[in-house]
Design a protein around this ligand. Structure first.
Ligand code: FES
Ligand SMILES: [Fe+2]
Length: 435
């Protein structure tokens, strides 16, 4: 793609986005070399690898990685590609192992990626320095149980990368120091570009009352339910992150500000009892202000999604320019009673599981966005993301108490922020586009 075209994919203010970013193969390839090679990517949860030797297969961009806990107790993320001829050395989704052996010639690697064995080494490779030929290692950092990895040597540390998104993230993963664990995973593919789910998660309440109308209509008080989410706040966070969240006034009773969907309270009386029981401790631990914030959907750049009110944590892995594989886990607090977990699972099946009513609506919309980015005529005309702007000016911050740029749900500033950041990462490594 020519540099002028690459540099013009997103307007400076983020209000115009070229449709080809959802379909063009050159853009997709460049994303693998920049966005997915340079960012901190979510690869799993600590509870998946709690014991030495535990491993799970994960992905970073298009590539398979092994997340494993070594004998010394460290979490390592290794590229799942033999250093001899590139075969995957791990083929199981999860398990416990001392070593991973390549099926072709039998090179063997330990959980920390070190090359430990080679058949006939003395006669075939008398001079090899094995320490030079371990599995390619990613940098690894954990944030409150969430495991992130990057292949970048220059990316800032994880805490700095997450920045202000930590303020909101904690309302899901660290409410009172109780620790979390994940249940799952479910995986499904959607014929959409990976950016569409992220764009939706950073704060698209606009579609809910229209696209999910049939779901709202089943609610005992549909108008009230929709009015509630419409009165949320959209938040854009430096680094391309964003979210939409409810924000309650001081003194709001716990039953109105529980961090979950209200229908969970109908599924089990234990849900409200659970949050009542821990309310004082939660206030003390994370501050009263954050017990009044209820993030609904959030995204950490580039492809980690949190659907906090339904306890979902998911990644949209790129498969091709036109296809994304979603991996979804339910994330629960370690001390949550079984009855509360059951209510969370039921709610997930109904709403955001692969067969969920909201998920089905969303997936179909995202597929059609991608289809709508292909036509010769259609692709000549950019998408409109000006909602909330006054002329060329970005929306003003409407809540200084909360970090990030905060405004009503009638603004697409989180999407503009996401695409501007995406574009910057896509083009910066090369100092602008190349042919
Ligand atoms: S390809 Fe793995 S040992 Fe040869
Ligand atoms: Fe939706």
């Amino acid at each position: 793609m020519k540099s002028e075209l690459l540099n013009a994919l997103v307007s400076d203010d983020g209000s115009r986005v070229d449709r080809r970013i959802f379909s063009d193969e050159d853009v997709y390839r460049r994303e693998q070399e920049t966005v997915f090679a340079e960012s901190w990517l979510f690869v799993g949860h600590e509870s998946q690898v709690s014991q030495a030797g535990d491993f799970v297969l994960s992905r970073m961009g298009e590539e398979s990685v092994i997340v494993a806990r070594s004998r010394e107790g460290q979490v390592h993320v290794s590229l799942n590609s033999c250093r001899h001829r590139g075969l995957p050395v791990c083929r199981a989704d999860k398990g416990r192992a001392n070593t991973f052996s390549c099926p072709y010639h039998g090179w063997t690697y330990s959980c920390d990626g070190a090359l430990t064995g080679m058949p006939g080494q003395e006669s075939y490779y008398p001079d090899i320095i094995k320490t030079d030929w371990g599995l390619v290692q990613a940098r690894v950092e954990l944030y409150k149980g969430l495991i992130f990895a990057t292949f970048s040597e220059t990316q800032v540390g994880l805490e700095q990368y997450l920045g202000d998104s930590r303020f909101y993230l904690d309302t899901l993963v660290d409410r009172r120091g109780q620790g979390t664990e994940v249940i799952g995973v479910q995986k499904w593919r959607v014929k959409t570009n990976w950016k569409m789910p992220t764009e939706n998660m950073v704060g698209d309440v606009y579609h809910a009352g229209f696209s999910h109308r049939s779901v709202f209509d089943m609610h005992p008080d549909a108008k009230q339910a929709y009015a509630e989410i419409e009165s949320s706040l959209n938040v854009a966070i430096e680094g391309g992150h964003g979210l939409t969240a409810r924000y309650f006034t001081e003194g709001t009773p716990i039953q109105d500000r529980v961090p979950c969907e209200q229908q969970l309270l109908m599924l089990s009386a234990d849900v409200l009892a659970y949050y009542e029981q821990h309310d004082q401790q939660t206030k003390k631990y994370m501050g009263e202000l954050r017990t009044r914030i209820k993030p609904a959907t959030s995204a950490v750049f580039p492809n980690l999604h949190l659907l906090s009110t339904t306890y979902c944590i998911r990644v949209g892995h790129p498969v091709s320019a036109d296809e994304t594989e979603i991996w979804n886990w339910i994330i629960v607090e370690k001390d949550m009673p079984e009855s509360v977990r059951d209510a969370i699972k039921q709610n997930y099946y109904f709403l955001f599981g692969p067969e969920g009513m909201l998920e089905q609506d969303d997936d179909e919309n995202w597929e059609q966005v991608t289809q709508g980015s292909h036509g010769v005529q259609a692709s000549r005309h950019p998408f409109h993301l000006s909602m909330g702007m006054k002329g060329q000016s970005e929306v003003e911050d409407q809540c200084v108490e909360l970090p990030g740029l905060v405004a009503t749900t009638r603004s697409e500033h989180p999407q503009r922020n996401f695409y501007r950041h995406w574009h910057q990462v896509l083009t910066s490594q090369y100092g602008g586009g190349q042919e």
